[in-house]
Ligand binder design. Structure first.
Ligand code: ADE
Length: 306
């Protein structure tokens, strides 16, 4: 597998230091506890011995990746992560490999997943939901400005760092659209049942707006503790999605209801936040976000209830 891709970011960081960077190696780190496990990787807390710095080291077994035909997915993840330099995304600092494994050195998001936090609290109060929805919107605005679609946005892929800021992760299924702006939709099925958009189910096409559908599902889940589209099996969940069949609890906040229904629009072009609907500017002006300081989001303390 190719090893280029992060060198630009690395050299950009060290522009003033003229020493050439050498590839790191496994022996440069002391490995600690496992932070997470996926189907194709394990994330382990690792301390770089020379600097004392900690990283979330994503370790992938080459044999497994090749056997499962996931090489393109791994390359895509590396390519996308190396383009991202924003406070609300996990950051890729370096990569290296040995004969058996690939290593991705990521920023550590120590405070767990948004999903665990929703489960722990049951649901979020309005202030918390507003704060984290704004962070996700700001992150998506950045991602989409780079013509990247996440395609599997869900509370399991939204982590928290020590400052309780979101850190979006898992770009294995992300899609880099061409920068020319043509090919606005990407094909091939990806995603998680509860957050999958109707356009993906109907014509196997995802677009930037598909991430906005997932956002609508996540806001609903933060405020109710439940999925908007819930059923005993995937087939029935998909039926509800393609018919946009979901309900709000009684006495649900009016602005939140309006925001969620504007995001959960069957037609991707009619979703608030999509280019055809005034883009992120209009989404950020929604009354649900009143009081949000968009310029300073990354420097604001998390709500106390977190
Ligand atoms: N699990 C997966 N990625 C992680 C990260 N960057 N930090 C902490 N835990 C993780």
């Amino acid at each position: 597998m190719s090893e280029n891709g992060v060198t630009t970011q690395e050299s950009a960081q060290t522009e003033t230091v003229q020493t050439p960077r050498v590839k790191k190696k496994r022996g440069d780190f002391r490995f600690g506890p496992t932070l997470g496990e996926g189907s194709y990787s394990t994330v382990i807390l690792a301390r770089e011995i020379a600097s004392g710095r900690e990283f979330a080291m994503k370790v992938l077994e080459k044999r497994h990746i090749m056997r499962e035909k996931k090489v393109p997915q791994v390359e895509r993840e590396k390519q996308v992560l190396s383009r991202l330099d924003h406070p609300f995304f996990v950051r890729l600092y370096f990569t290296f490999q040995d004969s058996e494994r690939l290593y991705f050195g990521l920023s550590v998001a120590r405070k767990g997943e948004l999903l665990s936090k929703i489960k722990q609290l049951g649901k979020f109060d309005m202030e918390c939901a507003r704060f984290y929805t704004a962070q996700i919107v700001s992150a998506l605005q950045h991602l989409h400005s780079l013509n990247i679609i996440h395609r599997d946005l869900k509370p399991e892929n939204i982590l928290f760092n020590d400052k309780m800021q979101i850190q979006i992760t898992d770009f294995g299924t992300a899609k880099q659209l061409s920068d020319s702006g043509d090919e606005p939709r990407s094909s091939s099925f990806v995603g998680t049942a509860q957050y999958v958009s109707p356009e993906l189910l109907k014509d196997k096409k995802a677009c930037k707006s598909s991430d906005l559908w997932a956002l609508g599902c996540i806001v609903y889940q933060m405020l109710t503790g439940e999925f908007p589209f819930k059923a005993p099996n995937e087939y029935l969940i998909f039926q509800q999605i393609v018919n946009c069949k979901y309900e709000f609890p009684e006495n649900f906040d009016r602005d939140a209801k309006n925001l969620i229904s504007s995001l959960l629009q069957l037609n991707p072009m009619e979703r608030l936040g999509s280019a055809s609907c005034g883009g992120y500017e209009r989404l950020m002006e929604h009354p649900f976000f009143s009081g949000i300081d968009w310029e300073n989001l990354a420097n604001q303390p998390a709500p106390k209830t977190m």
